[in-house]
Structures are given as structure tokens and as C-alpha cells.
Design a protein around this ligand. Structure first.
Ligand code: ZN
Length: 362
């Protein structure tokens, strides 16, 4: 009940990559880089375990970017010459970002994140989660010069994601999470083909499957949009669609956004990872603030289906803030868990009424 986890990423140590950046070039190369990444994963794991987080990730310490970490293992995607493209429907201004080019049929010649999973599992006994980019969001982040259709490229990527996810599940991954922030942007496409393509990526995967849908990382351009935005209706369309999907768990942003938590009831029956920690601030929430957000969510989700979580990845934050926020997350969940158990004990003691039972004896 109320098992905690983070969405996925954690800030990297500054000796590995420059801080506060989404796309990074590591400072090291070759075997030294591999050793440094192993060390960074151990630190990310230690931070989660020390904070008391229940389900852990590798903090995405090995990735240059959360989507590139998968795409760099795919044939048909060329990273040697990046081009600038507009992404996310221009929501965050006309910002152009570096994109790899799809230059031919996409193919997954070998496992991509399997060794990273094995390393993580060797160093923890806790349940583990691996994040993969969802097919729609991956498509939105690539410059397609081959397929000529977003839907067609997403369908091909879904097949490769399914191969990868199936293999991770067979090797003991407990939760496979597909990151689909674009599900809050292209609502018509989500309905037309997005959910179905996501289900193809998760088809037959023998682990819990999850989808993370948020309003973006806590970066300046995203925060600027959030402060001005007044329309938070997106989950009201996507959650009913996901409720009847094959996906087991849905991760939603509730702490920093203006989303009405009542929308959570539309996904009744699914596990909900509810964002109770704002990833756009350096200020660390108190456990009481987190507990209050969990209590609000519990008005719409039963405790066995509620997973208190961060709103999104914490890679833009400082390591101190990320550590503090994880501790607040775990401590806040502990407060509410204790309250629920105390209520349960009180209700079972009242329900038992031993004195009356004694009297009723013949
Ligand atoms: Zn996110």
C-alpha cells in the first residue's frame, strides 16, 4: 500500500556530466566512462534506498537523454549529423531542439538496456523499474526522413520497444514504464492511434506495464508555460481511454500542474502513480505537504492502487534537492500509511466487541 517510486531520472554527478541539462555529452570516454556510469548508478540507487523509496530505478545515469538512451541502440537512426526540429507541437514556444534523423528502416540489432538492468538488479533486492520512451513521444523527438508518416514510424518503433520490454521483463524487471508526455499534447492522435500503438509496445510483456504522462520536465521553458497555462483538461480525455487499455499503471502529474485530482477517478481500477512532488523547484517539500497531497489523491483512488511518485524526472534538479524530495516522498507516504493502518486497527477492534461475544455464550 502506497509504495513510492520516482518517475525515472535523477541528476547526474557533476564529474560525469554538466548539471541541469537534458541533453548531455559525458565528460569521459570508453572504459573510464563505463566505470563512472556504474558508480553513478550505485550512487543514484543509494540515494533512493537511503530516502526510503520502495521501487527503484537506475536514475537513467547512463543516458545522454531519456529518449536517446533507447534510440542510440537502433539501426536506421543516425546520430552523426543532428538537425534542428520543433517538438511537442510547439507548446513550449518555437524552441528548436537537436534531433537524430531516421534515415532507413528501424531495427534493434541487440538488447539496449539489458546490461543496465542486470547491473541494477545485482545491487538491490528492491523491485526495479526501467523506463522506455513511448512510441509517440519517440516519434515526436526524431527527424523522420524515411517513413513519411508519424503513425507508421511509431508503429515500427513500437515493435522494437516490445522486443526490448519483453526481454527486460524476462530478466526480472518488475515495472516497464513507457514515457509518453505527448499524450498530453496530441489528443486526437492519442485517440486515433497513440493508445493502440502503446499497447503494441506492451503486448505480452510479462511485467507490470506503465505509461508516464506529464507536462514536461522542470526546465525554465516548461515552467514558463505552466505558469501561464489555464487548460488542464488533457487527462480528462486520456484517462478514460487508458482505463480500458491493457496498460496496468498510469503515472500522472498532480503536484505542480493545475490538474483537478478528481480526474483520477476516471482511471478507476488501474494503478495510479500520482505526482505528489514538484520537480520544478529546488525547494524541498515537507513530508506533511506530501502527505496532504496523498490524502487528496486518496479521495479518488483506493490506497492499494495509489503509488505516490514525483511529477516527472528530476534530472534538471540539484542532487541535494533530488535527495530531499525523495526523502519527503517516502516520509509523506509513511505518514499516510500509518494513519490508514491506525484507522484499520481501530475499526477492527470496534468491530470485534469481545464483551458482547462473551455475553452471547450459552
Ligand atoms: Zn515527465
Amino acid at each position: 500500500m502506497l509504495q513510492t517510486m520516482i518517475v525515472g531520472s535523477l541528476p547526474r554527478p557533476t564529474w560525469l556530466a554538466p548539471p541541469h541539462q537534458m541533453y548531455v555529452t559525458p565528460k569521459l570516454e570508453g572504459e573510464v566512462l563505463t566505470e563512472a556510469q556504474d558508480d553513478a548508478v550505485l550512487l543514484a540507487l543509494a540515494d533512493q534506498q537511503e530516502a526510503g523509496v520502495d521501487i527503484v530505478t537506475d536514475g537513467e545515469q547512463r543516458r545522454r537523454h531519456y529518449i536517446w538512451g533507447f534510440c542510440e541502440g537502433i539501426e536506421g537512426i543516425d546520430f552523426s549529423r543532428l538537425v534542428k526540429i520543433a517538438t511537442r507541437g510547439g507548446r513550449y514556444g518555437n524552441q528548436q531542439v537537436d534531433a537524430a534523423r531516421v534515415t532507413g528502416p528501424v531495427r534493434r540489432p541487440r538488447p539496449i538496456l539489458l546490461e543496465a538492468l542486470r547491473f541494477l538488479k545485482r545491487h538491490t533486492t528492491k523491485p526495479v523499474k526501467v523506463t522506455l520512451p513511448g512510441p509517440m513521444t519517440t516519434t515526436d523527438t526524431l527527424a523522420d526522413e524515411h517513413y513519411g508518416s508519424r503513425r507508421a514510424l511509431a508503429a515500427e518503433l513500437a515493435k522494437l520497444l516490445n522486443e526490448e520490454a519483453s526481454e527486460l521483463a524476462e530478466n526480472g524487471c518488475d515495472i516497464i514504464q513507457f514515457d509518453e508526455p505527448c499524450f498530453n499534447i496530441y489528443l486526437d492522435e492519442v485517440e486515433e492511434w497513440g493508445i493502440r500503438t502503446l499497447e503494441e509496445a506492451a503486448k505480452g510483456v510479462r511485467a507490470k506495464t506503465a505509461v508516464h504522462i506529464c507536462y514536461g520536465y522542470g526546465t525554465p521553458v516548461v515552467l514558463q508555460w505552466k505558469t501561464k497555462n489555464t487548460d488542464w483538461s488533457h487527462y480528462w480525455r486520456t484517462l478514460p481511454l487508458l482505463r480500458t487499455s491493457t496498460i496496468n499503471q498510469i503515472s500522472v502529474e498532480c503536484a505542480a500542474s493545475g490538474v483537478d485530482p478528481a480526474v483520477l477517478a476516471l482511471a478507476k481500477g488501474k494503478d495510479l502513480m500520482v505526482g505528489v512532488v514538484d520537480v520544478g523547484t529546488e525547494e524541498v517539500e515537507t513530508p506533511e505537504t506530501v502527505a496532504a497531497r496523498i490524502r487528496t489523491a486518496l479521495q479518488h483512488v483506493s490506497p492499494d492502487h495509489l503509488y505516490p511518485c514525483t511529477d516527472c524526472g528530476m534530472v534538471p534538479r540539484s542532487r541535494a534537492a533530488a535527495r530531499g524530495k525523495m526523502k519527503a516522498l517516502a516520509d509523506g507516504a509513511w505518514i499516510v500509511r500509518t494513519e490508514i493502518l491506525q484507522q484499520y486497527r481501530r475499526s477492527t477492534v470496534v468491530g470485534f466487541r469481545p464483551a458482547e461475544q462473551e455475553k452471547a455464550k450459552p
